[in-house]
Write a protein that binds this ligand. Structure first.
Ligand SMILES: NC(=O)c1ccc[n+]([C@@H]2O[C@H](COP(=O)([O-])OP(=O)(O)OC[C@H]3O[C@@H](n4cnc5c(N)ncnc54)[C@H](OP(=O)(O)O)[C@@H]3O)[C@@H](O)[C@H]2O)c1
Length: 300
């Protein structure tokens, strides 16, 4: 399969490198990463370890034919801009796959590409991008993909197959929108609270006040999801959040990592979008509003 990975950062470089073992993959990334890989190779360390000179470019300008699959792995706030720049290589048979966190990516993609061409995924793999040319696979996880309408189409089966062949354990979800919501609910407490308190994920369950805030945020985010028609149980969502905190207790959340690097965070795609939907549906948004306000205040 011909694959372009738009946004060769932590997760895009890891998945791109794994897929490149059996597919034609082209990564699109920033100059320092492009130069480091071209001069040497892409080094993957941690839970997965190998070195490979994966093809990488600064832009899609030199790509001649539309790829079969365009994987979007830029941060959610870069989706529209990155896709506009890549629009010229998107053909009518190109499938767009987003793995990004947040609730606005599918709509952002829909501004540029026909919704029928888009599929979505959620992954619990963890990876970081310590320096150009180097990716650290910090946690092995599971990946699910789905058509937006939940159908088990030939294309979703093919794409899931190539991921499994690449060693990325992947299954098909009949309700990928629900999976995206579940991840957003879990992230709606963990990401901002670890950023505000500059702590590892595990501290959220060690400190009783923070544990209570996690519970309240989780309850509010679940209420908003349900007002949008999701039908999720608060008990399940709180249990899931606790499990993620326990499983990643030694990790620093992606939001805290972005904040520490002085980079923009995905707060608007997670809590910001939950607040927008809550307001439209007439559901209380106080907890999410406080967290979003504090993270944005700290970043200013
Ligand atoms: N990392 C994980 O473990 C993980 C797991 C699950 C989901 N996710 C989600 O996956 C998405 C990506 O996360 P990440 O951690 O991989 O982020 P990341 O390391 O910041 O990777 C994104 C990369 O894309 C680059 N980029 C942005 N616009 C571009 C463009 N137009 N052309 C070429 N490169 C461009 C960025 O460069 P600049 O930084 O210079 O802008 C950055 O190097 C996020 O939505 C995240 O929530 C990540």
């Amino acid at each position: 399969m011909n694959i372009v990975v738009l946004g060769a950062g932590a997760i895009g470089s890891l998945f791109g490198a794994l897929l490149s073992k059996k597919n034609n993959v082209m990564l699109i990334g920033r100059a320092p990463h492009v130069n480091a890989i071209r001069k040497g190779s892409l080094k993957i360390e941690g839970k997965t370890q190998f070195n490979k000179k994966v093809p990488i470019m600064l832009s899609v300008n030199d790509i001649k034919n539309p790829p079969d699959l365009l994987i979007i792995t830029v941060k959610s706030y870069d989706t529209e801009d990155a896709l506009k720049k890549a629009r010229k290589i998107i053909g009518s048979n190109t499938t767009i796959l987003s793995f990004q966190n947040g609730l606005d990516n599918i709509d952002e993609i829909g501004k540029i590409v026909d919704r029928k061409q888009t599929i979505a995924g959620v992954t619990t793999h963890g990876s970081i991008f310590p320096e150009p040319g180097l990716i650290r696979h910090t946690g092995k996880g599971k990946t699910v993909f789905g058509e937006l309408d939940g159908k088990k189409t030939e294309r979703i089966k093919n794409i899931v197959n190539i991921f499994n062949e690449a060693g990325i354990e992947t299954t098909i979800s009949k309700n990928i929108v629900k999976e995206i919501w579940i991840k957003a609910i879990v992230n709606s407490s963990i990401n901002p609270l670890t950023t505000i308190f500059q702590c590892k994920n595990g501290y959220l369950l060690e400190n009783p006040i923070l544990e209570k805030i996690v519970e309240k945020v989780c309850e509010e985010s679940t209420n908003i999801a349900n007002a949008e028609g999701l039908n999720l149980s608060f008990e399940d969502m709180f249990q899931k959040t606790r499990e993620v905190i326990e499983d990643t207790s030694e990790n620093y959340s992606s939001m805290l990592q972005s904040f520490k690097k002085g980079k923009k965070t995905e707060i608007e795609s997670i809590n910001g979008k939950i607040i927008d939907i809550g307001k439209i549906r007439g559901v209380d948004t106080l907890m999410n509003s406080i967290l979003a306000y504090l993270v944005n205040f700290m970043a200013d």
